[in-house]
Design a protein around this ligand. Structure first.
Ligand code: SAM
Length: 397
């Protein structure tokens, strides 16, 4: 079946119209003229795969990853980097249309669109180490990942020597090329530290939540602030764009701000806000992250304090007259308790950091009843994937 790819959907798939029916096609670009095979048929749409590219679009570029055909990770590889940004901007503009919002969007690029990720999660099944094959639980064996940091790429080929038969390996890295290897497995492992250390800087190995070698944390330095990050605490996956995010937070904080930082992790946004704000309090649910955040404030000689609790439970107990709230929730966005609390408090300024535009726009729809969206940024934290980090500043009307 021959068709022209006319536009994209919100997860980077091409859209063609076959017999007037919306047809989603992965790994194509607008302007490709393709031969398709329908693989799923529904009442209102269908899904297809490309049999042959009859005439490639002028804007098509070659993919850079050897696993592109199988891995579901970086699905925008046939676009130029600038085209991926254009796609992401248009996608967010479309999503914002749902709440009739025409705010000007500023796009903040990733200066390192390859080798940027400081964390990958590999699955191990029957000794095969790799990523899940797209939309399945099958494992694609991998030896490299061109969006992961070079230090992560250096260690991947050595992982097969660990003798893990089944389990999971998380590798985290920092800008100093140090590595933290976090293993979950019940197998009898063979860990030759000297071999691993030959060409890699191993900060630590954690096996089934116990320190196996050296440390259970990494130290990262971004914009001259030092962060201790324990193996199970969240940290932004792209340190280059994280640097820009932290500057953006600082830019949008003033000397009069009394800041509540919800979902604060190891204190990144809190500490950057504290460079200008009068007072900062962070709330986070992961115990090691809160211990890190408190330590990070101390070693950087910055003034911020932290509370260990679920945001939704802590909010009603806060004894602090804040006038600014930073929110950086997980993908599911705000729960109704937190959203209602914010609406009731009528806090003058909210800075909402989001890694999921669908839940962001759902929450903005409520917040917009009382707030104007005054600034909106897209940060290309997850280059070559369809994922987008957004930051918006809301001011009380
Ligand atoms: C997207 S991360 C943001 C972390 C931090 N702002 C940063 O930039 O590094 C979300 C954080 O929310 C925490 N979290 C998830 N659910 C939570 C809840 N109900 N209450 C408090 N923290 C929560 C996670 O542990 C994670 O650290």
């Amino acid at each position: 079946m021959k068709a022209l790819i006319e536009k994209y959907d919100h997860i980077g798939r091409g859209i063609a119209y076959v017999n007037n029916k919306v047809t989603f096609v992965p790994k194509v670009v607008v302007g490709d003229y393709v031969d398709l095979e329908i693989i799923k048929e529904k009442k209102n749409y269908q899904e297809a795969k490309v049999i042959k590219i009859i005439k490639p679009s002028n804007s098509r570029v070659d993919h850079f990853c050897p696993y592109y055909a199988l891995c579901g990770g970086c699905s925008l590889q046939n676009m130029s980097y600038q085209d991926t940004l254009k796609y992401k901007k248009e996608k967010i503009e479309n999503i914002l249309q749902r709440i009739k919002e025409n705010i000007k969007i500023e796009v903040i690029e990733n200066d390192h669109p390859l080798f940027y990720r400081d964390k990958i999660t590999l699955q191990v099944r029957n000794k095969v180490i790799g990523f899940y094959r797209e939309k399945t639980m099958d494992i694609i064996p991998i030896d490299e990942c061109p969006i992961a940091s070079k230090s992560i790429n250096n260690i991947i080929p050595l992982l097969k020597d660990l003798n893990i038969i089944n389990g999971q390996i998380i590798i985290r890295s920092n800008l100093n090329q140090e590595l933290l290897i976090i293993i979950k497995s019940n197998d009898k492992l063979k860990i030759d530290i000297n071999k691993l250390k030959e060409k890699n800087k191993i900060a630590g190995i954690v096996l089934n939540d116990q320190v196996y070698y050296n440390d259970s944390f990494l130290i990262e330095v971004i914009n001259k602030i030092i962060y201790k990050i324990t193996y199970d605490a969240f940290f932004q996956v792209n340190p280059f764009v994280a640097s820009k995010l932290f500057n953006l937070i600082k830019e949008n904080i003033t000397e009069d701000d009394l800041v509540l930082d919800l979902y604060c992790g190891v204190g990144t946004l809190s500490l950057n806000a504290s460079l200008k704000a009068k007072k900062v309090l962070g709330i986070e649910v992961v115990p090691s992250a809160v211990i890190n955040a408190t330590y990070n404030a101390k070693i950087n000689k910055l003034s911020a304090s932290f509370v260990l609790n679920k945001v939704e439970d802590a909010l009603t107990k806060i004894n602090f007259n804040f006038n600014t709230v930073i929110i950086d929730p997980p993908r599911k966005g705000l729960d109704s308790k937190t959203l209602n609390f914010l609406l009731k408090q009528k806090v003058p300024k909210i800075i909402y950091v989001s890694c999921d535009p669908q839940t962001l726009v759902r929450d903005l729809q409520e917040l917009k009843k009382q707030y104007n969206i005054t600034k909106f940024y897209i940060l290309d934290m997850f280059s070559y994937t369809y994922h987008v980090e957004c930051v918006c500043v809301l001011n009380l009307r």
